[in-house]
Design a binder for this molecule. Sequence first.
Ligand SMILES: Cc1cc2nc3c(=O)[nH]c(=O)nc-3n(C[C@H](O)[C@H](O)[C@H](O)COP(=O)(O)O)c2cc1C
Length: 203
Amino acid sequence: MQADQLDDHLVGSIGYSPTASVISNPRKQDNPIEVVNQAFCGLTGYSESEILGRNCRFLAGEATEPWLTERIRDGVRTRQPVLVDILNYKRDGTPFRNAVLVTPLFADDGNLRWFLGSQVELAHESTAVFTGRRERAVIAVKALPPRQRQVLELIARGLLNKQIAWQLGISEKTVKMHRALLMERLGVPTSADLIRLAVEAGL
Ligand SMILES: Cc1cc2nc3c(=O)[nH]c(=O)nc-3n(C[C@H](O)[C@H](O)[C@H](O)COP(=O)(O)O)c2cc1C
């Protein structure tokens, strides 16, 4: 039931996201990717069958900054969201600057179930796109009413509707309504994009 809920609301939804995204399973040896979307295949040049079952480290290569990989490793170990701007490689060897978000997703019982990864290519080795996205995210989140902002903070921590409802002392139905309003207001198509925007905004 809990896994189904996650599958319905988040894991399944990355298929609809225009942002390159993967879902990995930390309950399996070496945290393999179990879901990947079309945008990820388009960005990296790998096909779904070449990706599923592998750890996402295959995007790293010769000049990938070890200290940035270390930050991702640390986030995975401590189950905290990480957003880094790391050098990665496409299937054909082309390097690209990847503003990657890696964040845990928890089940209703509070146990870690998945990691969501989302990758945005930055233009020409510059951080301008990244900064632009972050600025927009900060401004949009600042303009939210307090309750919606609170809901977004908990969404960004990887909590599901039920846990958010419990933490805020509101009904699950109200949380769902806030989630839908947030997606509409912030102009994002999926919960995965909502999480990314919240982390970019520094929540
Ligand atoms: C969901 C998820 C997505 C990830 N996406 C990337 C990525 O896009 N680029 C990257 O360099 N590392 C990414 N990583 C990090 C690597 O999978 C791996 O955790 C990292 O290389 C450190 O582990 P290692 O030292 O065993 O390689 C991701 C990790 C997870 C869990």
